[in-house]
Ligand binder design. Structure first.
Ligand code: GDP
Ligand code: CA
Length: 318
């Protein structure tokens, strides 16, 4: 079975670990968000691709959900001693090596998709990891700081400001001109099942869908498309997704996120048992909806979520 998953960072990566355990024989292609990418200290950092690669490859800091385990921060403190920042972005020594290798290969002319494949030969994530695009796309957020309207990089909004002010607009800069990376459209066309894991609907999955051709390829694919809600009981399970949902006028409920994707994209949607009462609202929008436990507390619980998503895909395919 060929499964394609559109993934952000932590939510996507943890779900993928469950999916691999639930369907070890499946051929899984991951289309990763690169809108969070940022250039720091002259290096190209791809937070979501790395979170997927490290999580599936066993190198992730489990507690934190991003970055390397057993990490140290000597390079960062040396940079700070030179007065070179930003200090708010946590780049550890082990992690630095990944960005050095990536930047070196990009500088030599390899596209990001080839670089990602090369990095994955070390980590063996057990999936084919494709960036959504080889072209530069960066999510920016419009905010008002000290009475002044400014547009800042998504990482500055998320990591430095911790989404403490409202996001007035979220713009995937460069997406309009970006092309899907090699293999992306073909994987969607040949998929047996397409899954939207509980990733951020705006800045992770929304950004992937903003690359011209990808939304159309998902919507027109022969495969059933099933998503899992990142919103449980009216709030994100983790992080500040409510802030970016508000920026696109979407309420932070499992049903509102399903309606935001819409019946044109989604065939099935899983909500948590805490949100079982909202299934009727999702079904009224033309999307088959079931309530199952959606907390990724361990690989067993996450694998059960993946099995539920695959079962729902079979149901809606029929
Ligand atoms: P990021 O790029 O690291 O922010 O990660 P993603 O975009 O892939 O996923 C972030 C989303 O995952 C957040 O909106 C969380 O609410 C959601 N999430 C995290 N843990 C869980 C979980 O255990 N269950 C569910 N349903 N969602 C989760
Ligand atoms: Ca992310």
């Amino acid at each position: 079975m060929r499964i394609v998953v559109l993934a952000g960072g932590i939510g996507g990566a943890r779900f993928l670990r469950g999916l691999r355990s639930a369907a070890p024989e499946a051929d899984v292609t991951v289309i990763g968000n690169t809108g969070d990418d940022i250039h720091l200290f002259g290096l190209k950092v791809c937070p979501d691709l790395d979170t997927v690669m490290y999580t599936l490859g066993g190198g992730i800091d489990e507690e934190q959900g991003w970055g390397r385990r057993d990490e140290s921060f000597r390079v960062k403190s040396e940079l700070a001693a030179y007065g070179v920042g930003p200090e708010w972005f946590g780049l550890g020594d082990r992690d630095f090596a990944t960005h050095v290798v990536r930047t070196q290969m990009l500088g030599a002319g390899y596209p990001l998709s080839a670089v990602t494949e090369a990095l994955c030969t070390r980590w063996n994530p057990g999936v084919r990891l494709l960036p959504m695009s080889d072209d530069r796309v960066e999510t920016h957020v419009a905010v008002t700081l000290d009475g002044e309207r400014r547009v800042i990089h998504f990482q500055e909004y998320w990591v430095r400001l911790r989404a403490s002010v409202d996001a007035e607009a979220v713009v995937p800069v460069g997406a309009d001109e970006a092309k899907p990376a090699p293999g992306v459209l073909q994987a969607l066309a040949e998929a047996d099942v397409i899954l939207l894991p509980p990733s951020n609907p705006v800045v992770s999955i929304g950004t992937i869908l903003a690359v011209p051709g990808i939304r159309e390829a998902v919507a027109s694919a022969a495969a059933p498309v099933v998503g899992l809600s990142p919103i449980v009981g009216g709030a994100p399970v983790r992080g500040m997704a409510d802030k970016v949902l508000a920026a696109v006028g979407v309420e932070s409920t499992a049903a509102a996120v399903a309606r935001h994707y819409g019946a044109g994209l989604l065939d099935g949607w899983l909500v948590d048992t805490a949100d079982a009462a909202s299934a009727a609202e999702v079904e009224a929008a033309g999307i088959r909806c079931l309530a199952v436990p959606l907390m990724m507390t361990d690989t067993g619980a996450t694998a059960a979520m993946a099995r539920a998503a695959l079962a729902l895909a079979e149901e809606v395919r029929a």
